[in-house]
Each structure stands twice: as C-alpha cells, then as structure tokens.
Design a binder for this molecule. Structure first.
Ligand code: ZN
Length: 59
C-alpha cells in the first residue's frame, strides 16, 4: 500500500477517500462509519503496513 494515503484510509474497512478526513483531527469513514482521531487512525494504518511488510520479508 502507499503510505501517503494512511491519513485518508479507514483502519476498519480500508476505504480510502479524502472525504473520510473531516478535519485535521477527525476521521470519519464515509463507507462504514468508523470514527477515530485522525492521528490514531493513521497510526493503525502505518502499524498494519509495517506488520504486513515484516510478514512478507520474514520467510
Ligand atoms: Zn471504513
């Protein structure tokens, strides 16, 4: 995945849309309704991307 979309990507369903990002601080997914602090949502995406990369390179 492209890391530049982590701030617009829903950590719950993976939907990416700039409309998900209500304000600098608020994230609300237009598809599934997942709501979180924008930084927390982005951090979860980055964490998952890191874990996926680790899993892909571990073997
Ligand atoms: Zn969602």
């Amino acid at each position: 995945m492209n890391a530049r979309y982590t701030s617009q990507r829903c950590a719950e369903c993976g939907h990416v849309a700039k409309e998900n990002r209500l304000t600098q601080a608020k994230f609300l997914c237009v598809t599934c309704g997942h709501a979180a602090h924008a930084d927390v949502n982005a951090a979860i995406n980055i964490l998952r991307a890191g874990l996926a990369l680790q899993a892909a390179t571990a073997s």
